[in-house]
Design a protein around this ligand. Sequence first.
Ligand code: FAD
Length: 480
Amino acid sequence: MHQLIWLRSDLRVQDNTALTAALQAGPTIALYLLSPQQWLEHDDAPCKVDFWLRNLGELSAELAALNVPLLVRRAPHWRDAPAVLAELCRELRIDCVQVNEEYGIHESQRDQAVAARLEQQGVQFRRHLDQLLFQPGSVLTQSGGYFQVYSQFRKVCYQRLHTALPPLLGTPPAQAPLDIASDAVPSAVEGFASPSESLRQLWPAGAAAASERLARFADEQLDAYHNQRDFPALPGTSQLAAYLAAGVLSPRQCLHAALRHNQGEFDSGSQGVITWINELLWREFYKHILVGYPRVSRHRAFRPETEALPWRHAPDELAAWQEGRTGIPLIDAAMRQLLATGWMHNRLRMVVAMFLTKNLLIDWREGERFFMRHLIDGDLAANNGGWQWSSSTGTDSVPYFRIFNPLSQSQKFDPDGRFIRHWVPELVGLNKRDIHNPAAPAATLGGGLFGLADYPRPIVDLARSRERALAAFKNLPQRE
Ligand code: FAD
């Protein structure tokens, strides 16, 4: 009899809980399902699907070194998964399927259906905690509910980490060879266009590339993270989110690397380390929220009263935002960064999200979907959490009256306009005062006749649209 490790968002051999458990239990075969129909329904970005496939290719070689064959099968929609797994278990005489848990509502339903189907034929289905440091439902308030406030959640996480740090598992030893051939990993899947080579080069696949990125970040950037993380022209953040989302890297590996760099300390020493661990805990927080409040998985607002906001139907403005031609340089630079690289700096994610949902008063779900369709690190929990934070519809979100002004954000976080000049070449000739707001009279008069003809005027009046957003939120029926 065999074990089956069904790989999903855990594309690595090192520190992989389910893989280690399977190999300890018996001869192991690995499986990956291609589910393009489901991925389209989830708005998974083509560059992200490409990243999965590229990582799967690397993983196949690493599994081969452990004598674990990798099967790549099709289950176009997750509703097909139970039948595909049942058939495979019969064919290969599998008596246990091991998985690392995933937390979206569809993922949970899929796993329940697979477990029920396998049970009928006497095959066990074992789930493991792997994607998170703490099991959702194990970090609760005194009254037994899920935390809704991040700082309180974080406090409990820190207490737990102080007493018991989740250990690293390392790479499991190789098993005896099996007489089963691996399947080829496809280089593309229908419905998902291949991204440009330049985008691919930004995100090299494989655990070795991920570990190298983590090590370089820890050595060169981590200590300054708290000071530099808000400046998009600097390489101040790790750019590891895509690797974490695909499970090429585990949060435990990140946590251990950060602590090693800080002599094992959580709350003294490098401020950069502490701030970065806080970000890993935001990731944790939003996944717990997904489990505790399944409505967010269904794209419902965390704060139900905000469902009554009078979102505007403004397709032209939405398109201008999506294409980076709003006439607000920082917004346009950020959106162009997303389109070209599959990634956007965190500060800018907040700025463009707030601009869409407050200044344009366009439903956060439009932005959430667009991000998901373009982000290489697209993750339901973090993306939904970030959008609901920015639109003041979410848990522990920004108060509705604290609306970022994209021009002041631009002056503060891209003071020399370096980031803008890189992504909006139409403005390359403007000085560091005018580049933030080329439509200002001083910029248009003061010889700033650069390529203004090529660059749009702002599509919205920031002051008036701010008032419109404030009024919309003020007029909401109050919660009892
Ligand atoms: P670093 O600053 O190096 O942070 C380290 C890791 O911590 C990240 O890789 C990520 O895994 C995690 N992290 C950091 N900030 C957050 C956060 N606010 N919430 C949750 N996890 C966090 N993150 C995603 O991983 N996927 C998304 O789809 C996503 N969508 C977002 C949408 C909006 C509107 C906003 C405001 C934020 C979103 N984030 C998302 C969070 C954050 O912007 C990214 O995780 C971060 O920019 C990734 O870059 P990095 O790896 O260099 O992060």
